[in-house]
Design a protein around this ligand. Sequence first.
Ligand SMILES: C[S@@+](CC[C@H](N)C(=O)[O-])C[C@H]1O[C@@H](n2cnc3c(N)ncnc32)[C@H](O)[C@@H]1O
Length: 334
Amino acid sequence: MKAVKTPIKNLNDLRIELIEKKLMDMSYKIKTDKNYGYIPIKDENNINPNLEIVDIDLVKVELFPKNFTELLEDKLNNKELEDLKTSFDIIGDIVILEIPENLEKHKKDIGKATLNFTKRKSVYMKKSPIQGTTRVRQLEFLKGDENPVTIHKEHGNRLKLDVSKVYFSPRLATERLRVAESVQNNEKILDMFCGIGPFPIIIASRKNVKITAVDINKDAIKYLNENIDLNKLKGNITPINNDITKINFKNKFDRILMNLPGTAYKFLDLAIDLIKNNGIINYYEFSKDYEQGINRIKEAASKKNKNVEIISTRKVKSNSPGMWHVAIDAKISD
Ligand SMILES: C[S@@+](CC[C@H](N)C(=O)[O-])C[C@H]1O[C@@H](n2cnc3c(N)ncnc32)[C@H](O)[C@@H]1O
């Protein structure tokens, strides 16, 4: 198997570059040793000649491991088992599956196998994309206990939620920890779109801060209130159930979190009004690159004669082919 050999410190950037150029072979796993990473590639001829290409044995990716597909061997044919290479999210005791349309007739068997394999309590399948103002998706119950309420554990915190009524993604766990680690004690923080409060809870359990956490979805705020009681917090969280544009804030904030990646840009003018001098906006959007988001932040800031310093940028997760959930941390000053 051909792979690009790269020093560990360059591995993540090169991985993203090769994915974007469609040159990484996603059917194999990246291998690492102490000093180097080995990224599987598809087309040796299109690889930058400055990169080192090596022959190496790599492990094939099996999103559903062999012992899972074995549970379905007598129900699905080989082609159907192949099509089942899809992903699932585990939220607390609940598994949320994406089942390709051609396999929907086997959904109960797939649900049963998932239950046996994951040893969780309930299996639901996705019935719609994440949609609407509250960013919730429709789900269909497949197997186990029909109970959409669960407690998800993340970085030692407990997050209670109803998967059918609120937004929550376990795939943002690393990003939440990263943001929490960058927060300083005594910051006054506004989470404009807090959901059930994963950012506020992870931050306030580590730092002595004051967080105002706003969400338009009353169920999200109901669970945030429960989550405040479920966790031992150093900081203080004030939940508010309202549309962020309808609140009359009297004070400004050291940090504003804007994790509403589809439409956060529409709220940038408000965030610029509410941020203190030298405060930080943690901005998120769906985009192919960072330029669009950086330009949007700069445009909103320049309307108020403010300056922008980009502190860091990250690709948090892939959203669809070529499209990323990107994070931009921007310092805003007078
Ligand atoms: C993508 S979710 C993110 C939730 C949370 N930050 C997280 O990481 O799990 C966005 C949230 O914004 C809320 N929302 C959308 N428009 C809003 C608005 N105008 N004011 C307040 N909250 C809003 C939705 O209800 C949803 O819970």
